[in-house]
Structures are given as structure tokens and as C-alpha cells.
Design a binder for this molecule. Structure first.
Ligand code: SF4
Length: 81
């Protein structure tokens, strides 16, 4: 899990810290909060160990399931500032 977090953070920094638009963030976070792999005690995904509030904000992130519940966001829409 720590390795996934470090890779994710490295990709985020190398990718210019791009964030998703607000509506994408809300959609991703809502999905995570209702997911069976979400641990509300630590507010993290039990598969990757990521803190979902941060993970959902990063455009280069994707749900770690084999069939992801949300994917990498690729667009030039205005991100959250
Ligand atoms: S990232 Fe995917 S598997 Fe993890 S809590 Fe969110 S929706 Fe569930």
C-alpha cells in the first residue's frame, strides 16, 4: 500500500498536480463513500490504502479494482483551485 501511495504521489507531482473538476470530484467521492471497499474509520480504500478525499481529487488517479468504478480523468475542463 505504501508503494502505491508513493507511486501515486510521484505521478501526481510529475503530472503537474492536475486536479479534476468539482463535479468529477463529487462523483468519484460519492462512489467511494458507497463502495464496499471503503473503510470509513480511516477514510481510505482498503485495496490501495489511499485516503479517498485526496485520491479522488487527482486527475491521474483511478479506482484500483480490476473493473474500476472510476477512471483517470482526461480533459481540459477547469479544475478545482
Ligand atoms: S477507489 Fe474504488 S475500490 Fe477504492 S473505495 Fe473508491 S470506489 Fe472503492
Amino acid at each position: 500500500m505504501l508503494l502505491r501511495f508513493l507511486v501515486s504521489t510521484g505521478n501526481y507531482l510529475l503530472g503537474g498536480k492536475s486536479k479534476v473538476p468539482l463535479e468529477v470530484y463529487v462523483s468519484r467521492l460519492t462512489t467511494c463513500l458507497h463502495c464496499s471497499d471503503y473503510d470509513p474509520e480511516v477514510e481510505a480504500c482498503v485495496i490501495c490504502g489511499c485516503y479517498v478525499r485526496s485520491k479522488a481529487l487527482r486527475a491521474n488517479e483511478q479506482c484500483p479494482r480490476a473493473f474500476p468504478l472510476w477512471k483517470v480523468h482526461k480533459t481540459e475542463e477547469k479544475p478545482i483551485t
